[in-house]
Design a protein around this ligand. Structure first.
Ligand SMILES: [Zn+2]
Length: 368
């Protein structure tokens, strides 16, 4: 089992690295970096992980969002469903992640907002997968034909199925996890249970951002807590709605894993927001030619204490200085095929791993 092998390798690495560093006069930090990714590529697990882990899959839906969470209890939450395609590509990729996690149904599907790349996959998904309930922020608020059409297609697809409109402060019942709604329909939570709001020094230099009139700032966003581990997914929330969460006081605290807002568009990811939550690890669900803006990449990359910024694709319209190394990219430019995902396995003690399904390589983030 891959995870058992991971845990055995840590003490060995700790013993060997200082000796190697002394023997070859190499800075320990350089060796630690190179040895952090497991040197023996292993295929991503094809079977369910032991029940004690939380699994998070950032599924490649080519610049849309689809994120699968499977709790230690086996209960599941899918955040968004990707795009509509004639061949059901994104539903198939969601099913691939479900098979890896060992589940056959989805207990909850949260639609963050009614844009094509988030809600578009629902009609195909409901044909293939049993779904317990749909959650969303309420009616479409965007005055555009395409979004009206997507919202209508969504309502038709979920007709007769349980639907719940969520508001800030609501919880999503997933045994083993604490899942709370932070934002929905342009509103945000006043305080997060257990978090003492703290003044945010980054607010002073943050510009004032205009509110965009799309569905993006209406995104239903969640904070998921598993033991000491905290995961933040705010959909496509844009800057004007990020700021009230962290200015003048940071209401969220810090997070271990941040699904980068809005696929890494520079309409989102204000510095005052990213620096306040300063994630340990970030995953950017960009496409090859969708989002992954250099400015947003830089802001996330420079956030205090960030260890790694993983990407679902190389941002091919950006440059090498604003893309992570190939090992941290699920679908790099020139890869034979797309569809590789990033899989996060979280232990109850807060340590976690990220596996690139393309390479089978896993990186450890030990308990702090
Ligand atoms: Zn989007």
């Amino acid at each position: 089992m891959q995870i058992a092998a991971d845990s055995r390798s840590v003490p060995l690495r700790r013993r060997l690295l200082p000796r190697l560093a002394r023997a070859f006069f190499i800075p320990l930090s350089v060796l630690a970096c190179c040895f952090a990714l497991h040197s023996q590529p292993q295929p991503a697990s094809a079977q369910a992980e032991p029940a004690k882990h939380l699994l998070i899959y950032a599924i490649d839906v080519e610049g849309g969002q689809s994120t699968l969470l499977v709790s230690p209890s086996g209960a599941s939450l899918l955040v968004d469903t990707g795009w509509p395609t004639a061949d059901g590509r994104d539903a198939a990729r969601i099913q691939q992640a479900m098979r890896d996690a060992g589940i056959t149904r989805l207990d909850h599907v949260l639609i963050t907002h009614f844009h094509h790349d988030h809600v578009g996959g629902v009609p195909e998904l409901v044909k293939r997968v049993p779904i317990g309930e749909f959650l969303d922020h309420g009616s479409n608020r965007e005055d555009s034909d395409i979004t009206r059409a997507d919202y209508a297609a969504y309502l038709k697809a979920i007709q007769g199925k349980p639907r719940r409109i969520v508001h800030p402060g609501d919880t999503i019942s997933i045994p083993g996890l604490d899942t709370i709604v932070l934002t929905a329909d342009g509103e945000h939570i006043a305080s997060v249970p257990g978090i003492q709001p703290t003044p945010n020094p980054y607010c002073a230099t943050e510009p004032k951002w205009d509110l965009d009139e799309t569905e993006n700032p209406r995104s239903a966003g969640i904070l998921v807590t598993f033991g000491s581990f905290r995961f933040l997914d705010l959909g496509d929330l844009t800057k004007a709605k990020e700021i009230p969460l962290v200015c003048p006081n940071n209401l969220i605290g810090t997070v271990d894993l941040y699904l980068v807002n809005h696929h890494g568009f520079n309409l989102s990811n204000s510095r005052a927001f990213v620096d306040a939550i300063h994630p340990r690890v970030a995953i950017m669900d960009n496409g090859a030619h969708k989002a992954g803006s250099p400015e947003a990449w830089q802001t996330v990359h420079e956030s205090p204490l960030l260890e790694d910024l993983w990407q679902l694709h190389t941002a091919e319209d950006s440059d090498a200085a604003h893309n992570s190394s190939a090992a941290l990219i699920a679908n790099p430019a020139g890869a034979k095929q797309d569809g590789a995902y990033l899989k996060v396995v979280v232990s109850p003690d807060g340590s976690f791993t990220v596996t690139n399904s393309r390479t089978g390589q896993t990186k450890d983030y030990p308990r702090k």
